[in-house]
Design a protein around this ligand. Structure first.
Ligand SMILES: [Zn+2]
Length: 170
């Protein structure tokens, strides 16, 4: 049977009772002294914690540091390729690279249609001063799309230089 006081308040103060008894409320300390249930819980927690301490005490193998340093040097010597390759893999969402130009094309088309509609509406209002400002978001989007496609091309080139086996012409 679990002590009711434990369920209500001692559960929260258990770690304090164990690690920093001075911080735990005096009432909780006094209760644990006279309650077998709560003493049992405290002992179980203590056992779990010392088990964790033992686990954390495991030393890494002597070669770990050397391997880690070598791995870091590798990463540092070729950061753009690794980073771009990962980014590219993310953007492509898998290996379906045939879909990509289609998606970019559809986006460009949607932007052109949207921009055209917007410009047409502006024409009805006949306020020429607004038109350049209205066109600029579309222009900006198209420019960023263009930059994105350039990025994709660069990524493709990097990918091909990465592994000679995969020429990328499937
Ligand atoms: Zn109790």
């Amino acid at each position: 049977m679990i002590c009711r006081k434990f369920e209500i308040e001692l559960k929260k103060t258990m770690p304090d009772l164990l690690l920093d008894p001075d911080r735990a409320p005096a009432e909780a300390r006094a209760h644990v002294e006279q309650c077998a249930d709560c003493r049992g819980e405290l002992a179980a927690l203590e056992a779990a914690m010392s088990a964790l301490d033992g686990w954390e005490g495991v030393e890494p193998s002597p070669f770990f540091d050397a391997r880690m340093a070598a791995r870091m040097r590798e990463e540092r010597s070729a950061p753009p390729a690794g980073w771009l390759a990962r980014m590219r893999a993310r953007l492509e969402m898998g290996s379906n690279r045939n879909l990509r130009p289609l998606v970019v094309g559809a986006l460009a088309l949607a932007l052109m249609i949207g921009g055209g509609t917007y410009a047409g509406l502006e024409g009805f209002n006949s306020s020429p001063s607004v038109t350049p400002a209205a066109a600029s978001p579309t222009v900006r989007d198209l420019q960023s799309l263009d930059e994105n496609s350039q990025l994709f091309q660069q990524m493709d080139m990097l990918d091909q230089s990465d592994n000679g086996a995969d020429t990328g012409s499937r």
